[in-house]
Structure formats: structure tokens, C-alpha cells
Design a protein. Sequence first.
Length: 572
Amino acid sequence: MGIDKKAELNPLITTDPYAREHQIFPCLSAEQIVRVKRFGQLENHKKGEVLFERGQNSVDFFVVLKGSVEIYENRQSGPNVITVHQENQFTGELDLFNKRDILVSGRMGEDGEVVRICPVSFRKLITAEPDIGEIITRAFILRRTAFISHEQGGATLLDIGDSADGVRIERFLRRNGYPVSVLDEASSPEFQSTLDRHGLSVEDLPVVLIHLNDRMLSKPSNYILAQALGLVEDFDCSRVYDVAIVGGGPAGLSAAVYAASEGLSTILLESEAPGGQASTSSKIENYLGFPTGISGQALAGRAQVQAMKFGATIALPIRASGLNCSKYPYELQFCERDEESRSLKAKAIVVATGATYRTLDVENNGAFDNSGIYYSATAMEGDLCTDEEVVVVGGGNSAGQATVFLSSQARHVHLIIRRDSLKETMSDYLIERILSSDRITLHTYTEIIKLEGDGHLEQITWNNIRTGETETKQIRHVFLMIGAIPNTRWLNGCLQLDNKGFILTGDHVTRDPASTSSRPTMMLETSQAGVFAVGDVQSGSTKRVASAVGLGAISVSHVHAFLAEMAEALAE
């Protein structure tokens, strides 16, 4: 079986992860076992004894010395054994790096002996024994990839067609690397029987079935869904973190990796899923080190694993709602739900909230969000428009990547721009592909002026700005990648912004006259000492993944300098 193209967390995306047996289920050597034993305790268990169950968090890590351990999931027909760990093999997957609910259960397959290692000692093992840590990390990534591609250990989404809520829910799960099986009326023979078995009607859809206890969630919000699936991590709000990072795009993830790896207590707040605007790209081909390209989601998935491996807490889906700079340590307000507000304290803040694509300037511009209007073009959105005619709006690299990707799925792609050409805004390699494809038509000096449909987009009208000619086409899917609106409203005037709302940094800020610091403002430092801005949210930033990653790393050196400065000041 070839790997599902939606399993974008896979580091290679070439074969079924289960086919890579020596990497996904490796055996530790006798010498490595001796080193592992120093971090845990030996235990004997009887056949059938449960070591851990789905839905638990902060579970222990087990290495099998004698006997075997079965990894299984609960299904309607009963336990389904996914794999069996034999002697010198180990349990676990990515959720051992965090405090989220695990996806599967484990029990003794036969009488045996294991090494049990608690979460704290497991993290010490990963750090102290890098060769073993590398084997474990690679196996964990492949196991999660296998769960995604084989739809194991996850949830089931029941939907009728591509409804707005259904698209939102599926996108949220896939972007967070959570296995999901989608049953819809058109393509799933078991759709109706599943509805009948659970007493559901079409009006209840979309519904998420959680297999742990067959719990059903009808049209859940992202937060309610994340909470039910155990994606929401508890963290201590009374703790003062060394650095709090707001935003999980490439810049924020880079800052989290470097901060955590350098020993800073680090928390990252993300409102939906790691990746930012980069995760909307099906393939990034001009990022250093990936000559064949990498999807934005795969890049974000790798970075998230790195950050968690080093001990960073990634809290989602949590939306920052305010920053109090009037006292130190700084107080960061956030919302887990619209009606609830909490806060945490940090000695330094890195703002990496990025920017969002603009909407169309038409009468009903928000009426078809997720039901015909999309702001990303990944494998999931590609599946929605297979063999259909689609439109991409925008002239930047993201729009170009989307156009090229969708042309392999859709019957035809119309790329709409207001300019006369793509030369000033798009990379040459993308322009060449677009102009040479007979499945892509470039429309210059053009804009969409009308959207029509009943619940789902059905028809659009565009206008040529120069000639005034209009054309109406039966098109159900439009991808918007136009302009950028900075995500800075939550700052409530705490930091200096430019005239477009982006955060000013370095020499562009005006120092507060009341400030006691006489040193120059650091390159990424905002008008508030110890608060830094990186990535697309920064005024004048280069909208490239590589620059965002680099600036995220540089911000951590600034954080170190600021923390040293504050420690010296407090010691006086």
C-alpha cells in the first residue's frame, strides 16, 4: 500500500511507513539496552495486563526485555491490534514528547519483563543518549505518519458533501497531525449504516466520532474538538516562563526550537495549528536543503517535533488577546474560548503572529468561507476540486505554488491578478511552470466582482479592469492568496506599529522617554524592551520561509541578551 498523500507529516513521503520496518520498529542493541536501564525500573507483567490506555497523557515509555507488548485500538468490532513489540523494541509515538492524550493502548501480549521509564526520565534519556534519541524520534515520527496514512488511532468525521464546518474540522485535524477517517455520502458505502447505528440525521452533520468511548460531537468548534481529543495541554499559569512565543508559523517554531534547546523555559501559543501561512503551501521548492521541495505542513510538523523534543510547550488552540507591558515579568492574556480569558507571565516575549490573506471586496465576501472560498491549497483542498475548474487569486509565490499544485488535481486553473504580469511578485521557476501549462490560464488586469451560490459557491463573475468586459463561469472553488493583514489587533496599542499595522523593530522604533535603558534597540526588539517581533508580522519583513526561520533563531540570541541584562539589573 502506498502512503496516503494526506500524511504530510511523513519526513520522506515515499513509501508506506510500515514498510520501513527497521526504522519504525527498531531493535535496540544489547549495549543500548544496558544504557536504557539506567533511566527506568524493571517490571514483570502477565499476559493481558494493560500498560497504558488511549486517552491517558504523560504515559510511561516501555522497552521490552522479555515477552511482547501489543499496541491496539478499540473499534466497534472490538480491539484491533496494530502491531506487536517484541524483545528489545519499545513503545510510544509523538505524544510522548508532550502532554496530549495518546492515541492507542498497550498491553502485554505474553508474560514478560519490561523497562518502565517515566516521562521526566524519558526526556533525560533522549538528551543524554543522542544515538538512542535519534532512533526513538525517527520511529515516533514514522509511527504517527503510519497512523495518519492508515487512519488508525484517530477519529471519524461524518459529513455530507464538502460543508463549511466539515472542511474546517478536517483541516484542523490534518494540520495538527491527528489521524482522521472521513465518511461522506458520495464515496463511503458505510455512511448510511454509520448514521443509523448512532441514531444520527443529516441535520446533525458534520459529526466527529471519538472511538475511545464512541462519543459524538456535532459541529464542534476547534477548541471543543481539541479538548475532547486531548490536544489541549494543561500548563501552569503560575509559572514564570523565560520566553513566551505567540504564533506557530516558521518564525515562531524556529524561536521555540532554539529557545528550548538552549535551556530556556519556553511556551508557544498557537490559535489553530503550527505552520502559519507556510502550511498553506503544498510544496516549497526554494527552501535550503530540500531540492525536491517540502510541503508547508511537513516542514511545520518536523519543527514542532523538534521543539517538543527539547521541552517546549506548544499550547493550542489558544488565541492571544492582550499584552500587559506595564509591569515585569510581562503578562500575556489569552483565550481558550471566546468567553474565557486567562494569563501567563514571561520574562521575554516573541511575537510571531504573522499575517492573514485578505478577502475579496465583494458584497458577500465571507458567505462561502470553507464552502467554496479557501485560503490554503494543500492535499485536502486539492481533493475537494478534483477534475473541476477552479480559480486562484493572487500574484505571490503562495498563489503560484497553489496554482501549480492544483493544476495536477483540477481540470483547469484560472490564475487571476490585477497587475499586467507576475514578474515583480513571483519566482521565475513558478512563472515558467504556469506559462508553459495548458491546464492554467493567466488572467491579467482582472478581479472577481461577484460570488453566487446557495450554501456553497456555485458561480463567479470576474471583470477585466482595462476593457470593462465581464465573464461569468460555473466555478465552485476559489483560492484567495491576496495581500496580507497583520495579526496585531490583539496587542491593543502596546507596541508601535507602522501605518499598515505591522510591528516596528530596531532603529525604526521610538524609545519610550520613561525607559531606564540607554542601550540601542536590538534589531528585532520592539518599542518595548524584551518584546521581539519576527516573521511576517514584522514591518518590512521579507515574506519568505527561510528569512522567517532565520529571524526566529536570531530572536533567541536577543532574548538571552535581554535576560542577562535584567538579571544584572535585579542583582544591583
